[in-house]
Write a protein that binds this ligand. Structure first.
Ligand SMILES: Nc1ncnc2c1ncn2[C@@H]1O[C@H](COP(=O)(O)OP(=O)(O)OP(=O)(O)O)[C@@H](O)[C@H]1O
Length: 300
C-alpha cells in the first residue's frame, strides 16, 4: 500500500509545549518549556525516524504521544483522538508505545518474527531474549500507530533485521504509522520514509528520506552525525560568547521534579501547559514537506 498523504493524519502534533511539572503539578516558576512549539503531521504508512542528541526530548515526545503525560487535547492528536484523555486508544491496541518499560499485553504475531521460544523462562534468559519477548508482547495487537523508543539495543543482528522488516511491512501493507527514536542506525539506511530531528525540545527538521538523500551524499548515520556535530559546535560557541560577556557559561534552567508517567497520577495534577505557542507549520505530509523550523540549528 502506498503512503496515503491525502488521508487523514494518524499523528498530529500542533504547537506542542510541555514542561515536567513541579511537586505542585504546575510548571516551576521561571521554567522554560522542555518541549517548545513542536508541530508534526504523519500519515498512514509513514515510518518516521526520530533523532536527536541525548536529552533532546525524544522520549518525552513519544511518551506524550503515547498518552503518558497530560497535555491540552488539541496539542496532540493520535488517530484524531487525545491519547491521554481517551484511554481506549491504548487499551484497544490501536496506539502502542514500546519503550524501556515492560508491557503486559499478551499477543501473538511477534513470536514468529522474533523467534521467541516458548520454553524460555524470564529469570533465566539473556537480556536480548528478554527484550525479544517484551517487544513481541507489545506488537501482538495490530497497532495503527506504534511508538518505539530505542527498543532494539539488546537484539542480535538477525533479530533486529527481521523486526525492522516486519515493521516496514506493517506500514506498507496495513498503513500503520511508526515513530522510532533511536541512536542506532545499523540497517536503517532504507527503512524510514521520513526523518525528524529534534534538539533542545524543538523541531529542527522534518523531511522525507528521499529529500535527505537529495541533500546529502553521506550515509544516514553520517548525515545525522553532521547535524549533531553542528548543534554541539553552536552550543559551544554560545557558551564561549556568554563567558566572554561575563555571563555564566551555562544558562540556568529551572527543573520540574522528576515525575512518573502514570496517567492516573498525572490526571490528579493540574494541567501543566498553556505556554505561549508560536507557529512552526512543520509537516512532513505531501510534496511541500521540506520544512525547517524557525529555531533551526542547521543553517546553510
Ligand atoms: N520524568 C521527568 N521529570 C523531569 N524531567 C525529565 C523527566 N524525564 C526526562 N526529563 C528531562 O527532560 C529532558 C529530555 O529528556 P528525554 O528523555 O525526553 O530525552 P531523549 O531525547 O529521549 O534523550 P536520550 O537520547 O538520552 O534518551 C532531559 O533534560 C531530562 O532530564
Amino acid at each position: 500500500m502506498a503512503v496515503k498523504e491525502n488521508s487523514n493524519p494518524t499523528v498530529g502534533i500542533n504547537n506542542l509545549s510541555f514542561t515536567y511539572p513541579g511537586i505542585d503539578g504546575h510548571p516551576p516558576p521561571g521554567s522554560t518549556p522542555l518541549i517548545h512549539d513542536f508541530s508534526l503531521t504523519l500519515h498512514p504508512g509513514n515510518r518516521c525516524l526520530l533523532v536527536g542528541s541525548n536529552g533532546a526530548g525524544k522520549t518525552t515526545i513519544l511518551k506524550i504521544l503515547g498518552g503518558k503525560h497530560m497535555v491540552e487535547p488539541h496539542m496532540v492528536r493520535v488517530l484524531g483522538r487525545s491519547a491521554f484523555h481517551d484511554t481506549a486508544l491504548t487499551s484497544s491496541g490501536d496506539l502502542c508505545y514500546l519503550g524501556g518499560e515492560w508491557r503486559r499485553d499478551v499477543a501473538f504475531a511477534g513470536f514468529e518474527v522474533l523467534d521467541v521460544d516458548l520454553s524460555w523462562r524470564l529469570h533465566k534468559v539473556s537480556d536480548g531474549q528478554r527484550r525479544r519477548v517484551q517487544i513481541c508482547m507489545g506488537l501482538l495487537k495490530p497497532f495503527k500507530v506504534l511508538l518505539l523508543d530505542e527498543i532494539t539495543v539488546d537484539l542480535d543482528v538477525l533479530a533486529r533485521a527481521d523486526l525492522l522488516k516486519f515493521l516496514r511491512k506493517e506500514c506498507e501493507e496495513r498503513g500503520a504509522t511508526i515513530i522510532y527514536a533511536t541512536h542506532i542506525f545499523d540497517g536503517l539506511e532504507d527503512w524510514p520514509s521520513h526523518i525528524v530531528y529534534v534538539a533542545h525540545g524543538k523541531l529542527q527538521l522534518a523531511m522525507p528520506m528521499d529529500k535527505v538523500k537529495e541533500t546529502s551524499n553521506l550515509s544516514l548515520m553520517r548525515t545525522v552525525e553532521q547535524w549533531l556535530r553542528k548543534e554541539r559546535d553552536e552550543a559551544r560557541k554560545r557558551r564561549k560568547e556568554r563567558k566572554a560577556n561575563g555571563l555564566p557559561e551555562f544558562e540556568k534552567h529551572v527543573d520540574g521534579s522528576r515525575v512518573t508517567g502514570d496517567p492516573a497520577l498525572a490526571a490528579a495534577r493540574a494541567l501543566n501547559n498553556g505556554w505561549a505557542a508560536g507557529r512552526l507549520n512543520s509537516t512532513i505530509a505531501g510534496e511541500e514537506n521540506f520544512v525547517f523550523s524557525s529555531n533551526r540549528v542547521l543553517r546553510q
